[in-house]
Design a protein around this ligand. Structure first.
Ligand code: WT7
Length: 648
């Protein structure tokens, strides 16, 4: 692995919020006196009733309990909007860039954001939504998605966003799981020149939900088809008449702010719960420090609000900081592979944050798509979602950043609310592929996987845990605190278990080596192999299925499925297509299997446990190193799988 380092320019160091000495000093202080550090940082946000308590946390298994600023009260939308109005009411809060560039961008000021958020809040109130109620958002990347998030926080409702690429089944599961009162959707979602029929999907989903659930429909394309009277509500009609004033609800710091479902190694996706005060402090602090955001900068995170990245780094962090945040509806390659760079040029973007999968896809298209655009306003580049390979890192650094923009490789998770490890632009010389340093208040520990012993020193590798809490940490799994404790606090007692492996190199810098559980990372999206397996076995012709990840040039990991058919069923190309479509409808296009191998049998231990290690090796085309196969019940099935492997 490359150990070449890339130091920030002298100009970057001089202008950055944090240089190396300051990082060292602040980091040391944050670890030796977390109370003092976070007490000070808590002042970043406006409190209605100021907190006196800072941290009250137990990681003890069986009684895990996480509280920050617990006696303070505040309102998130007031922090993201109202407190900026006096000084930046006419400043652009959101630059909205539509899928089709010809449609033209919208510049939404903080005052307009206020008015539109209040309108949405009043519409929700009229639908009977109040403090503590759940609202599901199933929306394209349109300004109304931000209004809806902020409107929920304004009235104390808890939002749960479902990425528009998820299927009706996934949507209904999430509506039911959170017992939501309202689903906010749009007629259609344009992306990459194609329209996804969101409302039609929502119609299908709502067939499986309580009749009391209302569907608030935002007009995006006008491509509306069906309408269910009494259930469907026309947002645009109501918003036109709604008041632009709505008093923010006083919320406790530990009241839930949002639920966001994410995949784990077992079972169905779990509802990650984030709360109000600590989350906002953490999102805003990391946004400012990690991107070295300065007043007046134009900041662009290309994520979707359906993922945590969009929550923390399109909406809450940037808006809490009074930033100008770009919101992009489209894709990196539409109308062509220069779209990202054209948007950067057009809006004079200073900080640009995207995923390695997008970088890899664009790198393959040639440099001319980048070089024809003026990217001289760029100062900081960020990546998130999966490990970035040095080749992609170097291309990002050289071709996009012109060698002068530090790359922040931010490692974090839905569960963590914000960045946990990343270099800071003015503080650290970076290494391609390394997440480098813990953020303030984060104490990573590397553990021996089997024994859970701490591995001290440098040049070591193991599982990554975090020693103590930070304000942005998830508080529970919605409706299942037991599952929360079991997932994150049972395997390695006294620590938060991340599910990732990591290496601490000779210099003490961190490298994320990927998941150590049955979670795979497809184009930066997290996917539980168990979810894809249960979708496959739900098909009438499938007897058994095992799903693993394999290295994929663009996606990082692809989805490799071993499928055993019911006896009497014949494998065919047609059936392969059918199964692929099946999984797409069960979960969504992001779960589309890349490779499906017909498996007459799966390698199992004598006790019937599928030996995934072997399946992973075969999928990786690394079957020379199958390791110990002596516990296999039927060694012959492995020979067949190798012989017929798909990934040659
Ligand atoms: C998993 C979390 C956090 C927003 C996007 C993904 C992987 C994330 C990095 C990175 C290496 C990374 C980890 C993590 N991951 N960022 N910079 N380097 N791996 O959120 O869907 O909750 O997935 O993504 O494996 O556990 P998520």
């Amino acid at each position: 692995m490359s150990s070449k380092t890339y130091a920030p320019t002298a100009e970057m160091v001089a202008n950055a919020h944090v240089n190396e000495a300051k990082y060292n000093e602040m980091y040391a202080a944050s670890i030796s006196d977390p109370e003092g550090f976070w007490r000070e940082q808590g002042k970043r946000v406006d409190w209605i009733k100021p907190f006196t308590q800072v941290k009250d946390v137990s990681y003890a298994f069986g009684e895990v309990n996480i509280n920050w600023y617990a006696d303070g009260t505040l309102n998130v939308s007031a922090n993201c909007i109202d407190r900026h109005l006096a000084t930046r009411g006419s400043q652009t809060a959101i630059i909205w860039e539509p899928d089709n560039p010809d449609e033209g961008a919208q510049h939404i000021t903080y005052q307009e954001l206020h008015d539109n958020t209040c309108r949405m809040a009043n519409v929700l109130k009229d639908l009977g939504v109040g403090k503590g109620d759940r609202v599901v958002l199933y929306l394209p990347m349109i300004p109304e998605a931000a209004y809806a998030m902020l409107a929920c926080t304004r009235i104390g409702a808890i939002h749960s966003i479902v990425f528009a690429g998820f299927s009706p089944d996934a949507l209904s599961a999430r509506v039911n799981g959170s017992e939501a009162k309202v689903v906010i959707t749009a007629d259609e979602a344009p992306r990459g020149g194609r329209n996804t029929p969101l409302k039609t999907n929502a119609d299908q989903a709502l067939l499986h939900c309580s009749d009391d659930v209302k569907c608030l429909v935002v007009k995006r394309t006008g491509g509306q088809t069906t309408w269910v009277d009494g259930r469907d509500v026309d947002y645009n009609a109501l918003a036109a008449d709604a008041s632009t004033e709505c008093a923010p609800e006083e919320m406790n710091a530990e009241d839930p702010l949002f639920i966001l479902y994410t995949s784990g190694s077992t079972g169905q996706p779990k509802g990650v719960v984030h709360t109000t005060g600590g989350y906002l402090v953490y999102a805003s602090l990391t946004h400012e420090m990690v991107f070295d955001y300065h007043d007046g900068d134009i900041y662009w995170c290309t994520a979707d609000v359906g993922w945590v990245t969009g929550h923390s780094y399109i909406v809450y962090g940037p808006l809490a900081n009074g930033a100008t945040s770009v919101m992009f509806e489209g894709t990196p390659t539409y109308p062509d592979a220069s779209r990202f760079w054209q948007v950067c040029e057009k809006h004079k973007v200073n900080q640009f944050y995207t995923a390695p999968t997008a970088i890899r896809a664009l790198m393959g298209q040639g440099n001319e798509f980048v070089e024809k655009c003026d990217l001289s306003d760029l100062k900081v580049l960020g990546t998130v979602g999966e490990p970035i390979n040095p080749e992609a890192w170097n291309w990002y650094n050289d071709v996009v950043g012109g060698g002068r923009c530090p790359i922040v490789d931010t490692w974090w998770q839905t569960e963590t609310g914000g960045h946990l490890m990343t270099p800071l632009p003015g503080a650290h010389a970076t290494k391609p592929g390394s997440a480098m340093k813990p953020f303030f208040g984060i104490e990573p520990v590397v553990l021996e996987p089997a024994s859970g012993e701490i591995i001290e020193g440098n040049g070591v590798e193991g599982v990554l845990c975090i020693k103590d809490s930070w304000p942005g940490q998830m508080r529970t799994v919605w409706g299942d605190h037991e599952r929360f404790m079991k997932t994150y606090f049972a395997d390695y007692k006294g620590y938060y278990f991340t599910g990732d492996g990591c290496r601490r190199d000779e210099d003490g810098d961190y490298w994320i080596t990927g998941r150590v559980d049955d979670v795979i990372n497809v184009s930066g999206h997290r996917m539980g192999t168990a979810e894809v397996e249960s979708a496959l076995v739900a098909h009438a012709k499938v007897a058994e299925a095992a799903v693993v990840g394999y290295p994929h040039d663009i996606k990082g990991q692809g989805i490799y499925c071993y499928v055993t058919l019911m006896s009497g069923e014949e494998p065919s190309e047609e059936l392969r297509k059918e199964l692929r479509t099946w999984v797409r409808t069960e979960i969504g296009p992001i779960a589309s299997p890349d490779l499906i191998q017909w498996a007459p049998g799966l390698p199992k231990t004598r006790s019937g446990k599928i030996m995934r290690r072997i399946l992973r090796k075969i999928a990786e085309n690394d079957y020379g190193a199958l390791g110990d196969t002596s516990t296999l019940a039927e060694p012959a099935v492995v020979d067949d799988l190798i012989e017929n492997r798909m990934n040659r």
